[in-house]
Write a protein that binds this ligand. Structure first.
Ligand code: HEC
Length: 154
């Protein structure tokens, strides 16, 4: 991944934000710091995707099934309990927990490839919704401090 490549993406992102701003879709974004940049992608979900409902929202098995899928596919980067790991951010963060199910589904489907989050469009849709159910079942945690208290990884 070259710097030029990332720069191009930043330009595209800037244009997208401008366009979204014109449409009045943007609410509280555009903080000058980079703190929330990690989760910025969530704000880019198209309206149609944001509004999609989880067809498994009332399925009592969806959370457990999603937890298993998470272990298999996501834990290596996001940590065993989604608290964040070396390669991926916490998914208990407010930004993720406040995203709609449709937004999370969209994000999992499309990934954030340029930033290391893979595309999961090859997982069957019901499995992606199970992952959404699992993510939504997590409780947000206040990070214990800047250096965290992550469990040491073997
Ligand atoms: C190879 C490592 C890796 C794997 C595997 C992975 N992720 Fe990620 N994920 C990332 C990284 C890196 C980010 C941060 C992307 C960014 O900066 O926007 C991320 C971000 C996210 C986000 C937050 C959105 C955002 O804008 O950052 C969600 C939700 C997410 N991942 C869900 C999942 C799920 C569900 C799985 C399993 C199906 C998964 N991830 C597997 C690396 C990974």
């Amino acid at each position: 991944m070259t710097i030029r490549y990332r720069y191009a993406w930043d330009c595209i992102a800037a244009v997208t934000i401008l366009l979204a701003g014109t449409a009045g879709a943007q609410t509280g974004s555009a903080s000058p710091g980079n703190d929330n940049a990690v989760y910025a992608e969530l704000a880019k979900a198209p309206k149609k995707a944001v509004e999609r409902h989880n067809p498994l929202a009332t399925d009592p098995d969806a959370v457990a099934a999603g937890g298993k899928l998470f272990e298999m596919h996501c834990a290596e980067c996001h940590g065993d309990t989604a608290e964040g790991g070396k390669k991926g951010p916490s998914l208990r963060a407010e930004e993720v927990q406040q995203a709609t199910s449709g937004t999370l589904f969209w994000l999992i489907t499309n990934g954030v490839v340029r930033r290391g989050m893979p595309v999961w469009s090859k997982l069957p849709e019901p499995q992606r919704w199970q992952l959404v159910s699992y993510l939504k079942s997590l409780t947000p945690t206040d990070p214990p401090g800047p250096d965290g208290q992550e469990k040491p990884k073997p």
